[in-house]
Design a protein around this ligand. Sequence first.
Ligand SMILES: [Mg+2]
Length: 449
Amino acid sequence: MSYPTPAARGRRSFLKAAGGLAAGLWAGEALEALPQNVNTNSKPSDLRITDLRVVTLRVPASGPIIRIDTNQGIFGYGEVRDGASKNYALELKSRILGENPCNVDRIFRKIKQFGGHARQAGGVCAVEMALWDLAGKAYNVPVYQMLGGKFRDRIRIYADTTESRDPKAFAERLKGRREMGFTWLKMDLGMDMVAQTPNTVTMPSATSLTYGAPVEHMFTGTELTDKGIGMMCDYVAAVREIVGYDVPLSADHFGHIGVNSCIRLGKALTKYNLSWLEDMIPWHNTELLKQITDEVDTPILTGEDIYLKESFEALCKAKAVDMIQPDLESAGGILEVKKIGDMAQEYGVPMVLHCAATPIGAMASVHAAAATENFLVLENHSIDVPYWSDLVNGIEKPIINKGFITVPTAPGLGVTLNEDVAKKYVNGGWFEPTDQWNNIGRPNDRLWS
Ligand SMILES: [Mg+2]
């Protein structure tokens, strides 16, 4: 059986819808009388999932893209977390075939047991995202509308910026970001930048400077010296000198240093008014994070590897963080991020969004950001990828314009893969059949007896 391409289906859907509209007008009907709010080529209550396929693109800082197909020709896109296996999504296929994709929360609750922290959540989040895309297309509304509407029309973006040991060179790059219109900056501030200088870092020999030993930060035996802290402060001072103090500047990737060094460094950095210090230690050490947060007067932030609201709530409730930063592709998807933001707001905690994705995953984050009041800023890793915007159609270009993304108003996520461009970067096949995942035996998914 031949398989119609999404583009062909889209054209047919459009022609059908356009034909229906024209006929109505000729019949003298008022526009309001037409069932415009429902996609007339789709009967949402009869919509069923028929397939889940994957494509992997050679796009830096992105994950596999899934497409969920239905019995009515409409389809939804989702993206697996960057660096995660596509199999996290494929193992869910047999569990969602035959479901009505518009029952997003119902399906999410069915599959959420197959997600875990960090990359393990990639499949669940990709499916959830694709379900929202489908539901939006079926009912002809953008995703943010189904979340309760939007708080803002444009989403503030902060850009990943390539490091340099030379603070002046790095600051010039940040200044370039400001000139592009970015209104929030972030820098990496690792001990690896100073460790080449003697007597800056005290650590057991043969330990990796970037990621430490394969143990958590507290167990690396690595501490900064006053000289090391002084050099890291000098670096930030030189950067601030060039970019100024009026723009928010955040810092990440300190290296795997112990809690006491985190506190000493955090205190020394106070005068540079950084907007947050990110992932100083692993997120699940609630009491140690609280110790750092209590002692340091710069906001402490974590969250890019946390799955589900409960773990974010534990941090907020304990006052262990000043800000949270879920990654939608790990946190549980679009609705879960909205719930996480709303929960954090009740504790007085703002939400930033972590993101390393193609425009598919980025748009999922944009809709969640639009619909969540305590949202501050969304990450983007692709400012320097020239074809990033061209990977999709259906949205105004460039997608990131003067440091903001305009929230799309087209149905669903509001973007469709641009096959002509995306196929140039395909790694492996293009949405090839995945029938081997249709039936994986009769697993007992029961979580209680
Ligand atoms: Mg980070």
